[in-house]
Ligand binder design. Structure first.
Ligand SMILES: *[C@@H]1O[C@H](CO)[C@@H](O)[C@H](O)[C@H]1NC(C)=O
Ligand SMILES: *[C@@H]1O[C@H](CO)[C@@H](O)[C@H](O)[C@H]1NC(C)=O
Length: 367
């Protein structure tokens, strides 16, 4: 009798599992938003600097060692944060770089990010070619006119774009490849750190408004992470393990103004939905509590970093560490795939109330 019952339940449970699988497959097949546009720097660049004259390139091994198609220009061993967010949003494919996005593929979104780029045009110039945020916004305008052509008219394009998520993350390079590089840049002599944060936010807000004026309505703005705690910064601190407080406090000024900007845009721009992603505190959590996230090493990169002629990326062809998932950082500046996947998960579906403000990406997608 007992075994009869068991057989009965197995027979009924199996089809149910099949049905559930089919349902979840269908959900995966339909992204929660029609398109995902990405603006940023090396944290999310996926190949826009390839083939250009730049020291900020990652189109060679060991970059991409854990990425299915190998090196692509991503500054990581594997997926970036936006790759992981694209998956969580239900996209089948990664969002293509602007440099190769063509035809109807742009309807899924485009990645404009360029390593070394900043909010200010001159930021990162000592590393070579890059597309500043102003340039990325111009490229978006170009995409929007292509969307108008494909969909037939401006109203259809506007109606389409307003549903899409636009992720924007710039500012790190305006500090590390500008303000804190006084041999190359004037800004630290022109502005105090308070003034500099305001100047950056002012220019950022003008360009973000351009995105809004060209159809963007759902925007996720990334706060700057703890760049005073990346291995490159630690290696310059006295004891090699203490975060550089001067850099982190500069970043906090910027992030605080960015939160105010989110509030102002949500109040002033009709139909605008801006959110803020709190990368700073998510990284604080990793550093305070690494074991909880599976990290054993938080103060050193995993690949060997060259230091000749401004080369600050992984040494080409050099074998990186084996335990990449136990490293918070992949190279001297950029998080590992393991870290990126967790940041993506927390920004998509907030783990703590402070991860995303006033809502997370999943809720933004539903609006
Ligand atoms: C790379 O070169 C192409 C062609 O000149 C240009 O359109 C693009 O903006 C450049 N990208 C960067 C990152 O400088
Ligand atoms: C920055 O460069 C863009 C072109 O990419 C230009 O239109 C803009 O005027 C420049 N901004 C400043 C402040 O120089």
């Amino acid at each position: 009798m007992a075994s009869e019952q068991k057989r009965w339940s197995v027979m009924h449970v199996l089809p149910l599992i099949l049905i559930l699988k089919m349902v979840s497959f269908e959900v995966n097949g339909h992204p929660q938003v029609p398109c995902y546009f990405i603006f940023g720097d090396s944290l999310v660049d996926n190949g826009n600097n390839n083939r250009n004259e730049s020291l900020a390139r990652a189109d060679y091994l060991p970059y991409g060692i854990d990425f299915p198609s190998g090196p692509t220009g991503r500054f990581c061993n594997g997926k970036t944060i936006v790759d992981a967010v694209a998956k969580l949003l239900g996209f089948d494919d990664y969002i293509p770089p602007y440099a190769n996005a063509k035809g109807r593929a742009i309807l899924n979104g485009v990645n404009y990010a360029s390593a070394a780029a900043g909010i200010r045009n001159e930021t990162g110039k000592q590393l070579g070619a890059r597309i500043s945020f102003a340039g990325q916004v111009n490229n978006y305008k170009n995409t929007v006119s292509q969307v108008v052509n494909i969909l037939g008219d401006k109203d259809s394009a506007a109606n389409y774009l307003r549903q899409c998520i636009h992720t924007v993350g710039l500012g790190s390079n305006d500090y590390i490849n500008n303000y804190f590089m006084p041999n190359y840049y004037q800004t630290s002599r022109q502005y105090t750190l308070e003034q500099y944060a305001s100047v950056l936010i002012q220019q950022y807000s003008e360009l973000l408004r351009e995105l809004y004026n060209h159809g963007a309505r759902k925007l996720a703005l990334n706060g700057i992470g703890q760049i005073g705690c990346v291995p490159n910064a630690l290696s310059q601190s006295q004891d090699g393990t203490t975060c550089v407080e001067k850099v982190n406090s500069a970043i906090k000024l910027f992030n605080n103004e960015l939160i105010s900007l989110v509030n102002n845009f949500n109040r002033d721009l009709p139909d605008a939905k801006f959110i803020y992603i709190n990368n700073y505190d998510i990284f604080q959590d990793f550093i305070n509590n690494p074991q909880a996230y599976g990290f054993k090493v938080t103060n050193a990169g995993c690949c060997g970093v060259g230091r000749i002629k401004g080369q600050i990326t992984c040494v080409p062809g050099k074998t990186p560490c084996q335990n990449r998932d136990e490293h918070l950082f992949w190279d001297d500046f950029h998080p590992s795939e393991a870290a990126n996947v967790i940041v993506a998960r927390r920004s998509y579906s907030a783990q703590s109330r402070s991860d995303a403000y006033p809502m997370d990406i999943r809720q933004l997608a539903k609006l």
